[in-house]
Design a protein around this ligand. Structure first.
Ligand code: ADE
Length: 222
């Protein structure tokens, strides 16, 4: 899969996408991430990509022209499954959306700043608007990194057995059960006996029960 990200602060995406599993995905050639500086499509030599909003009010708006040129220029080389705009008023990003997006070939993600992007880009180019939560970030980059990570780790071959996505929280609409490692007794706090029993069937049953309990307690909405 290839993910193109358009941003005015590409540096913000460097670290989150170049370590651990995301790095492995790219080294293995399973995921390509290309971050494009929006200023290369700026409207003038000063690198302008934003302007005052019509109707007045504080805060700048990202202009149509640089964004349209960026999207059209990138779109000439490949067909995007989705052109995604990261925005707090978008649809809540969740595991189901990550699963669906991971089946595509090419994604384009637009990161907004200031008051956001001109509505006409949203109306005429964007195919999916995603929010990572009910709070406002300084820009779309960290949100784009979240989507890229959540989607990238689902690509076949990225995770090994140890990190398998099948037992993650939210797969099957269940939160993950509690986990323990050595020692079996830490300050008198003991690991549940069943995990030490060696009975794999019982362990699986216990994990499933715990996952259901935890989900009922913490996320009954699931
Ligand atoms: N940009 C700013 N805040 C955001 C959020 N919560 N989700 C997605 N993009 C954003």
């Amino acid at each position: 899969m290839r993910i193109d990200i358009v941003s005015i602060i590409p540096e913000l995406l460097e670290s989150p996408l170049n370590h651990s599993i995301m790095k492995r995905a790219q080294t293995k050639g399973l995921l390509e991430v290309h971050v494009h500086h929006l200023r290369q499509w700026a409207v003038n030599e000063y690198g302008q990509v934003d302007d005052y909003q019509y109707g007045g009010g504080a805060g700048m708006v990202m202009m149509c022209e640089p964004l349209a040129n960026a999207i059209e220029s990138l779109g000439r080389d490949r067909k995007y499954d989705e052109i995604i705009y990261m925005t707090p008023d978008g649809k809540q990003f969740d595991q189901k959306t990550a699963n669906r997006l991971s089946l595509g070939e090419n994604l384009l993600i637009i990161c907004g700043h200031y008051k956001g992007i001109d509505q006409r880009i949203r109306d005429h180019f964007v195919t999916l608007e995603l929010s990572v939560g009910d709070y406002v970030l300084s820009g779309g980059e960290l949100a784009a990194a979240i989507v890229t990570d959540a989607v990238g780790r689902l690509l076949p071959g990225v995770l090994n057995d140890e990190t398998s996505a099948l037992t993650d929280s939210f797969q099957d609409d269940l939160l993950a059960p509690p986990v323990y490692t050595r020692p079996a007794d830490f300050r008198g706090w003991k690991v549940p006996d069943i995990l030490l029993s060696g009975d794999l069937r019982k362990v699986e049953e216990w994990r499933y029960e715990q996952a259901v309990l935890r989900t009922q307690e913490r996320r009954p909405d699931l």
